[in-house]
Design a protein around this ligand. Structure first.
Ligand code: FAD
Length: 498
């Protein structure tokens, strides 16, 4: 590292801005002069309350204690997502974070299950997965000898507040104010030409920097409005472009999973926190007006709203470049894949870690920038395919929206995966992809793809042996889960012991 401190300016203080601020100040604070600018008047998007288990990695990096984060954000545990009415009205399934069955060198567990199914000896595939069964039974505990793959439902604004406190303790300077101008270097003969030089606030304050992180949300004030990096529009594959969000008081014990309920022109979320429920409707404005969507959501709440419903507009897709010149986009400024599988906060954390790994300590190296952009692109495209799968593979034909989804063309990469599973139950995971085999299997089966055949290796087992093998896994899972306390009881005890 050079001796002069690099000046890093984070524009925006939503979840993306404060996660970036907390990580950089904790791990690289000694070498950086860090400033975060946010506008109270503009505020944040205020949603983004369901997470996935990779958040543990981020919290470990920051040295955070789980109980403390949960108590500070009114969090509950999340073991997966229930997809209701997605395959067809009245048909539900759960995508849990767990591993299905047992690891086997020869072929995946689904092949054993598929043969067992043919022989009439199996239950739901979720019976062979602890997280799946625990979610359905509303049981959970963090135990020293049993690691349930879990995430959280948490209050987004409390989470940003918690991270802000942490980042400020770690030395970051917060500036409140509206950015009214982004200044660029004009030096045609220099490699700095076009780089961002400074942000100018409405009150005239000028904040100069060496590296700028654009966390300004959908506005993408630096990466797009200033650097014009371009946007790859994916709305032909992910056609929802609007959401209505509203909070209600909790009326029941919190579930240990998110509910995603398919509706005529989109889907509704229910995210249970300790003290309230986050509700929303994601929908496609081509088929449903904001007014009708608001009414649909209000008609399907289980308690009185705590706040007026809010409309949020978005476009699904990705920024063509996530790092351009001396600007890195993190969060909604870098693109958005719609919230179906709660992947945005994960992508924020991945970009933060990637930025730290490729940090331009001694000036910006084009190869590092290319690497950052390539890795980000591959990662997002994989998640995009997984989300499209839910819309494409459906029996629903009851509305123009679902007929469109069923008939739309899909990326070749996804078509290939669907074909492999439909034909021979084969699933693969490339490198660092986020969603592993168990995720693809649960969603493909849940959406209604039943492979034509299982792998012949399974025939090595006689029927009685297969029956014993499957029964053994199922009863072990059941025994483990039956011993867990109710999810709500455990949260109370756990957060109190903080
Ligand atoms: P924002 O929260 O919009 O923050 C932008 C910041 O920039 C604010 O501080 C704002 O004040 C500041 N700013 C903007 N312009 C200026 C300016 N001119 N001057 C100064 N400051 C400025 N993600 C998940 O992981 N799980 C979910 O369940 C989930 N659900 C979602 C549901 C919906 C409907 C949507 C739209 C998103 C959802 N997301 C979810 C995504 C998640 O909300 C975001 O990834 C996360 O909140 C990060 O947002 P952000 O910080 O990039 O943007």
């Amino acid at each position: 590292m050079t001796t002069t401190k690099k000046r890093v300016v984070i524009a925006g203080g939503g979840t993306a801005g404060w996660m970036t601020a907390a990580a950089l100040s904790k791990l690289m604070g000694k070498h950086l002069d860090l400033v975060l600018v946010e506008s109270d008047a503009i505020g944040t998007v205020g949603v983004g309350e369901a997470t996935i288990p990779t958040l543990h990695i981020f919290h470990r990096l920051l040295g955070l204690k789980e109980q403390e984060v949960m108590a500070a954000t009114n969090a509950t545990f999340k073991l997966g997502i229930a997809f209701e009415n997605w395959r067809d009205t009245g048909k539900d399934y759960l995508h849990s974070f767990g591993f299905l069955g047992k690891d086997c060198w020869a072929c995946g567990f689904q092949h054993f299950w598929l043969k067992g199914r043919q022989l009439g000896m199996v239950g739901d595939i979720g019976d062979y997965c602890s997280e799946h069964l625990a979610a359905r039974q509303g049981r959970f505990a963090v135990l020293p000898n049993q690691d349930y793959n879990h995430a959280y439902h948490m209050d987004a604004s409390l989470y940003a507040k918690y991270l802000r406190q942490l980042a400020e303790q770690q030395g970051i300077r917060r500036v409140e104010g509206k950015i009214s101008q982004v200044l660029q270097h004009h030096a045609p003969d220099s490699e700095l030409n076009g780089h961002i030089e400074a942000l100018v606030l409405e009150n005239g304050e000028r904040i100069a920097g060496d590296l700028f992180i654009d966390c300004t949300g959908f506005k993408a004030l630096l990466i797009e409005q200033t650097l014009n990096t371009g946007f790859e529009d994916w709305s032909h594959w992910l056609p929802c472009d609007s959401a209505i969000a509203v909070q209600t008081k909790s009326t029941a014990t919190p579930l240990a999973y998110t509910r995603s309920i398919a509706r005529e022109s989109g889907w509704q979320w229910r995210i249970p926190l300790q003290n309230r429920t986050g509700n929303g409707l994601v929908f496609c404005s081509k088929y449903l007006s904001d007014e009708a969507a608001t009414q649909l959501l209000l008609d399907n709440l289980d308690a009185e709203p705590l706040n007026p419903p809010r409309v949020i507009k978005f476009k699904t897709g990705t920024r063509r470049l996530h790092w351009h010149k001396n600007c890195v986009a993190i969060g909604l400024s870098s693109g958005f894949l719609e919230p179906l599988e709660s992947t945005s906060i994960h992508l924020i954390q991945r970009s933060i870690i990637r930025l730290m790994q490729l940090f331009p300590a001694n000036g910006i190296v084009p190869a590092d920038v290319d690497e950052f952009n390539q890795q980000t692109k591959t990662e997002i495209e994989n998640i995009r395919d997984f989300i499209i799968l839910h819309y494409k593979v459906t029996d629903r034909e009851d509305s123009r929206f679902w007929r469109y989804c069923k008939q739309m063309t899909i990326p070749e990469s996804l078509r290939h995966r669907i074909e492999m599973f439909a034909d021979g139950g084969k699933v693969y995971k490339h490198g660092n992809e986020l969603f592993g085999e168990s995720s693809w299997i649960q969603v493909m089966l849940g959406q209604g793809i039943m492979p034509k055949q299982y792998h012949p290796i399974v025939d090595v087992m006689e029927a009685a042996e297969l029956d014993a093998f499957l029964s053994n896994i199922r009863s072990t899972v059941k025994r483990k889960v039956d011993a867990l306390p109710p999810h709500a009881d455990f949260i109370r005890h756990y957060c109190k012991s903080n």
